[in-house]
Design a binder for this molecule. Structure first.
Ligand SMILES: [Zn+2]
Length: 343
C-alpha cells in the first residue's frame, strides 16, 4: 500500500515538475516582431489601382507549347508600360533580351557599389477552356470591386511589375537618386520555367560581370488563416525556392475485348500506381527555414499552440503532424533531401 502511494507520489511530483518546466518555457517566449516604422504612403492609389487593373487585361499568357504564345499581347503590354511610366522610360536604360525579357538599369550615385536587383514576371498561366463561367469575374477583366482587383496576374505577378515600376516612377519624379545601381528585371515565360526570359537575363548580366548585393523576387505573401494558432496576418518571406519533379508513368500489358474485361485492366493497374505514388508523401521535419518561421511566429500564437512550440523539444512530433495537415505549412517542413533513401 505504501509502495503504491510512493509511486503515485513520484508520478505526481514528476508531473508537477513537468508542468512547471514547460509552463515557464512559455513565459520565456518573447515576441520577436520588430516595431514597425510607420511610413506615409503618398503614391496616388487610384492611379496605381487603375494601372494594375489595366495591366491584367493584356493576355500575356505562357503556354507550355511556345508556338501558342500571342506576342502581340506582349508587345502591347510593353507599350502600355512605356505609356504609363514615362519617367522610368526616359531615365532608366532599357535592354530587351530575346525581345520580351526586360532589364531596366537605374543608375545610382555610386556605381562602384554592387547593384541590387528587383525581379518579377508579366506572363500568366492560361485559363482552362470551359471554366470561364466558373470565375466570379472574368479572368482578364481587371475588375475593381469592393477594394479588390480581379484577374490573372493580380497576385502572380503583374502586381510585382506594376508595384516596382509605380514606386520607381514616383521616386524619380520626387527627385530621388539611388545610392547604387538598381536593376529591374521582368521575365515573360516564368510560368513555363523561364528558359527564354529569366535564364537569358541571368546569362546577359553574368557576361557583363554584374554581381548583385541582393536580389528580391516574388514569393511569399501576407497570409491569413494559414499558420495554425495565429489570428493576425503573417508576412511570409520566401528565402529559397523548391525544385520540382514530374513523373511520367507508363504501363505495358495486353488489351482485350470490352465484352470480356479483365479483373484488373491496364487503366486500373496504372491508377493504383498513381494512388501509391500519392500515398508516398514526404515526411515532416521542422528544421531550416521552416523552423525559423515558427521561431518568429510562435510567440504570437494562441496559448495552446504557444505552449506546444515553447516546448518544441518534447512536442516536435505533434507539431509536425499539425503542420503536415495543411498543404501550405506542410510544404515548409517536408523533408525532401533525405527522402530519396526511403523505400
Ligand atoms: Zn510567379
Amino acid at each position: 500500500m505504501k509502495k503504491r502511494r510512493l509511486i503515485f507520489g513520484m508520478i505526481g511530483g514528476l508531473l508537477i515538475i513537468f508542468i512547471i518546466v514547460t509552463a515557464s518555457n512559455v513565459m520565456l517566449v518573447n515576441s520577436r516582431q520588430p516595431s514597425p516604422q510607420p511610413t506615409e504612403v503618398v503614391i496616388n492609389e487610384v492611379k496605381a489601382v487603375e494601372h494594375l487593373s489595366k495591366a491584367i487585361m493584356y493576355k500575356t499568357i505562357s503556354y507550355q507549347e511556345r508556338s501558342k504564345f500571342d506576342f502581340t499581347e506582349f508587345d502591347n503590354f510593353i507599350s502600355f508600360l512605356e505609356e504609363i511610366y514615362p519617367s522610368v522610360h526616359t531615365q532608366l536604360e532599357l535592354e530587351k533580351i530575346n525581345e520580351y525579357a526586360l532589364i531596366y538599369k537605374w543608375k545610382g550615385s555610386d556605381s562602384s557599389k554592387n547593384p541590387i536587383g528587383l525581379t518579377s514576371h508579366y506572363d500568366v498561366v492560361p485559363v482552362l477552356a470551359g471554366t470561364e463561367e466558373n470565375w466570379e469575374q472574368p479572368p482578364f477583366s481587371g475588375t475593381v470591386e469592393n477594394d479588390k482587383i480581379w484577374g490573372r496576374g493580380t497576385l502572380d505577378d503583374k502586381v510585382g511589375v506594376i508595384g516596382i515600376l509605380e514606386a520607381v516612377e514616383f521616386l524619380i519624379n520626387d527627385g530621388f537618386e539611388p545610392a547604387r545601381d538598381v536593376y529591374l528585371m521582368f521575365g515573360f515565360d516564368e510560368e513555363i520555367g523561364g528558359d527564354e526570359g529569366a535564364l537569358k537575363i541571368v546569362n546577359t548580366l553574368k557576361d557583363k560581370g554584374v554581381t548583385f548585393d541582393f536580389v528580391l523576387d516574388e514569393g511569399g505573401a501576407i497570409v491569413e488563416n494559414m499558420v495554425p494558432g495565429v489570428d493576425q496576418p503573417v508576412g511570409v518571406v520566401g528565402i529559397s525556392e523548391k525544385g520540382s519533379a514530374t513523373a511520367e508513368l507508363s504501363i505495358e500489358g495486353s488489351g482485350g475485348h470490352s465484352s470480356q474485361p479483365k479483373n484488373h485492366t491496364n487503366i486500373g493497374r496504372i491508377a493504383s500506381a498513381i494512388a501509391k505514388l500519392e500515398d508516398t508523401q514526404f515526411k515532416g521535419d521542422l528544421t531550416g527555414p521552416g523552423e525559423d518561421l515558427f521561431e518568429y511566429v510562435a510567440p504570437e500564437m494562441s496559448f495552446p499552440m504557444r505552449y506546444v512550440f515553447a516546448n518544441k523539444v518534447i512536442f516536435e512530433p505533434i507539431i509536425e503532424q499539425i503542420l503536415l495537415q495543411q498543404p501550405a505549412t506542410a510544404a515548409g517542413i517536408h523533408e525532401v533531401l533525405k527522402r530519396h533513401q526511403a523505400p
